[in-house]
Write a protein that binds this ligand. Structure first.
Ligand SMILES: Cc1ncc(COP(=O)(O)O)c(C=O)c1O
Length: 470
């Protein structure tokens, strides 16, 4: 049942769209309101006969359009969007600068393939990305998605080092293509039936502070480093390892931040052994965590950064960034793409990067994130179904547990809670190997008032959710 249909705001209550001074976005974009633009429609019924059933869906809802931080379903009901298309529409929907950039570039040129020559928005975005990365990361290869960025990084690492080995972390999610799936283990479903996966891939434990180390970051760092050293002394020598790849905050795996001390020790181990350190910032990057890149919280600089999702606010675009010498050694023609670095996507990316800079959105993500964390922790103090609230900036996870002492994950309650949140008018998603973590991914230009509304809606959803009986 689509519960949203029971709560449709009548068309007569709709606030007409119209720009107000100083805010170029149409008014009437608060949750539960309607712009009156929505077409009635059940797109599920339309989709079922011919769309592949392969995709798992968070919601059985049909969506119509988005305005600012509100997503509207096809009946016209607005939802406060703290899911952002899984950390992608970080500037919200129908953002004036992004939309204008897309329209402008679409009027000029849709595609040539970057193998044919040079284009202004592509060069501009490469410059902005290089500027947004610490030295010596200054050279960008564009592709279409997060998984493609991972593939590019793995291929670069093997070719440049001449070594086969790739070390990744248990519980990671890096994407669905064969290389990316080979280093992904957040769910067995991403691997099962696809063997043989990429050879010379080794998985090692992630320093999961909450689940395995009783909130002790030092113990998590020591434990995960010891396991990695064991791997390197028993299974593959460091001299055969091309790269170690890690998400600074595991995303799909449950919003698990790696301790800063661990990332620093990993950097040192890579330096000692000529191993490339690849940071997957596909979900955590582009200002989401209160820094431009989550690895900055640890004060390290990786050899390669993988970027996608929020880079073009919903247009398909991925990238890797490294120092120039590495991509020179990679070799001309060693990798390539037809669509990667499409000019319309890059124009959107330029608008994203300029907006982040002009509006100080890195600091906004840090400040609003602190408010979100505090609000959710206050809820945790009153509700023992919440076992943990964690994450920097606007990448915050709330873990549901059956028991605070045993920390047994409660995926059932979490999944029900995500639906209850939507019933209240708030879009959040769940993640984690046990589906037990609610992830909050608000837009990075979110306001304090919206954070407060999001927390209130989440609290109402928690209240509405019946407690499981023992
Ligand atoms: C950390 C991380 N890496 C890689 C990917 C894969 O990105 P895409 O779905 O664009 O291929 C994702 C997607 O969720 C991700 O979260």
């Amino acid at each position: 049942m689509d519960t949203a249909k029971d709560q449709v705001v009548p068309a007569s209550a709709a606030t007409p769209a119209g720009a107000s001074a100083g805010d170029p976005r149409p008014a009437g974009s608060a949750p539960g309101t309607s712009t009156g633009l929505a077409a009635a429609g059940d797109f599920a019924a339309l989709s079922v006969p011919h769309l592949s059933p392969i995709l798992g869906r968070y919601y059985e809802r049909s969506w119509s359009h988005g305005e600012g931080h509100t997503l509207f379903d096809s009946s016209g009901r607005g939802f406060l969007d703290f899911a952002c298309g899984i950390a992608t529409t970080s500037l919200g929907h129908h953002h004036p600068a992004v939309t204008a950039a897309i329209k402008d570039q679409a009027d000029k040129l849709l595609h040539i393939c970057n193998a044919l020559g040079y284009l202004e928005p592509v060069a501009q975005l490469a410059t902005l990305l290089a500027d947004a990365c610490p030295d010596p990361l200054d050279t960008v290869f564009f592709c279409n998605s997060g998984a493609e960025a991972i593939e590019a990084a793995l291929k670069l690492a093997r070719r440049v080092t001449g070594r086969p080995g790739i070390v990744a972390f248990r519980g990671a999610f890096h994407g669905r293509t064969f290389g990316a799936a080979s280093i992904t283990s957040s769910s067995i479903n991403y691997r099962q039936g696809y063997e043989p996966l990429l050879p010379s891939v080794y998985l090692t434990p992630f320093p999961n502070v909450y689940r395995y180390f009783g909130d002790d970051e030092e113990a998590a760092t020591a434990g995960a480093m010891a396991a990695l050293r064991t791997l390197l002394s028993h299974e593959i020598p460091p001299t055969s390892v091309a790269a170690i790849i890690i998400e600074p905050i595991q995303g799909e795996g449950g919003f698990n931040p790696a301790p800063a001390s661990f990332l620093r020790q990993l950097r040192a181990l890579c330096d000692e052994n000529g191993i490339m350190l690849i940071l997957d910032e596909v979900q955590s990057g582009v200002a989401r965590t209160g820094k431009m890149w989550a690895f900055e919280h640890a004060g390290i600089v990786p050899d390669v950064v993988c970027v996608a999702k929020a880079l073009a606010n919903g247009m398909p675009l991925g990238a890797i960034v490294s120092r120039r010498e590495l991509q020179e050694r990679w070799g001309v023609g060693a990798h390539g793409t037809t669509f990667g670095g499409n000019p319309v996507c890059c124009a959107a990316g330029v608008a994203v990067m300029r907006t982040i800079e002009e509006q100080g959105l890195v600091s906004n993500a840090a400040a609003r994130g602190a408010e979100l964390l505090a609000g959710l922790k206050a809820l945790m103090a009153k509700d023992d179904r919440i076992g943990d609230v964690r994450g920097p900036g606007l990448m915050v996870g709330v873990e549901l547990v059956r028991d605070r002492v045993t920390r047994e994950p409660d995926g059932e309650t979490c999944e029900a809670l995500v639906q209850a949140c939507a019933d209240q008018g708030l879009l959040v998603l769940n993640c984690g190997t046990h589906h037990s973590v609610v992830r909050f991914l608000p837009p990075i230009d979110v306001t304090s008032a919206e954070i407060a509304t999001g927390i209130d809606l989440f609290a109402a959803a928690l209240r509405a959710l019946p407690r499981a009986t023992a």
